[in-house]
Design a protein around this ligand. Sequence first.
Ligand code: SF4
Length: 341
Amino acid sequence: MAKNLKSYSLTSMKNIMVDFGFEPYRADQLFQWIWQKSTEDFSVMTNISKELRKLLSEKFIISGLKKEKETCARDDSKKFLLTLEDDNHIEAVFIPEAKRKTVCVSTQVGCPLGCTFCATSLIGFERNLKAYEIADQILLIQDNLKNKITNVVFMGMGEPLLNIREVEGAIEILCSPIGLGISQRHMTISTVGLIEGIEHLLHTPLKVKLAVSLNFSDEELRKEMMPVAKKNPLRELLKLAREYSLKKNMVTFEYVIIENVNDRIVDAQRLLKLLKGIRAKINVIPYNPHPLLPYRQPAREKIEKIYQYLLTSHHTITLRKSRGQDILAGCGQLAGNKFLT
Ligand code: SF4
């Protein structure tokens, strides 16, 4: 059966060239056709000899994700339901802003971590995505919308640090000048706080930003709402985050506010105490409700009160404008094709 060339890294493509008796640099041309010029047709690759194109087309195909459905929200963000080669489904979201065009990508089909407030957890875990399946979400959206993507957030379905090798492979494709040419400084990996994964990131040359979905400043409540917290204690997590902020970039802490769960001033006070001494940005995210989950978004005044309180700290504080909520494209609302909207 013909293999999909999209699934090969640049290094593996170079090995193919050598096996075929061609110079390794031919792989750069091939990679550029696939990831920069977005073609799946060998016949248009005119700077590659006919002989090599023939050899390639006999052994390989070039095949990407398929768009199943595109839904547009009132605020112009767009949710894409995508089909993978094995007929699994994932979702990715396009978020347009004046100065940047961001895609929020999935890194797993479903998620095994079971955060109680997240719709992705409802579908369970199917499998990790391959590097090319992660990168291809951006290429497909860029081609479909004819809009150059400038920013990427690894924040869709799944926990990126559980699939870090493939996420690293995707970053290689995305930031390559013969790939999508997106700067690593415009990429953010968002994690629920996996200690082993953050330790790994600390020791790689990656320059991506780190966001930690902290959400609950009370450790017992955090364990209840995010079972993964049982094996990833706050103390150790915050120690690593501090190290990351010193060694790499300022860390963003996401604080999803849920009605009657973590929406009191005392919760915010505890949060500031935890983050003392860390170069941190706090992103306050009003909870995006899902019809199948029991949680609600607090009243506007309550959110504003917490936000104003946090502003009294020396941290950078942002209040995230919810995007795509009406099409269930917001943070924590992605659930593939299981509960179609
Ligand atoms: S919040 Fe993230 S880690 Fe938790 S269940 Fe949802 S996708 Fe998984």
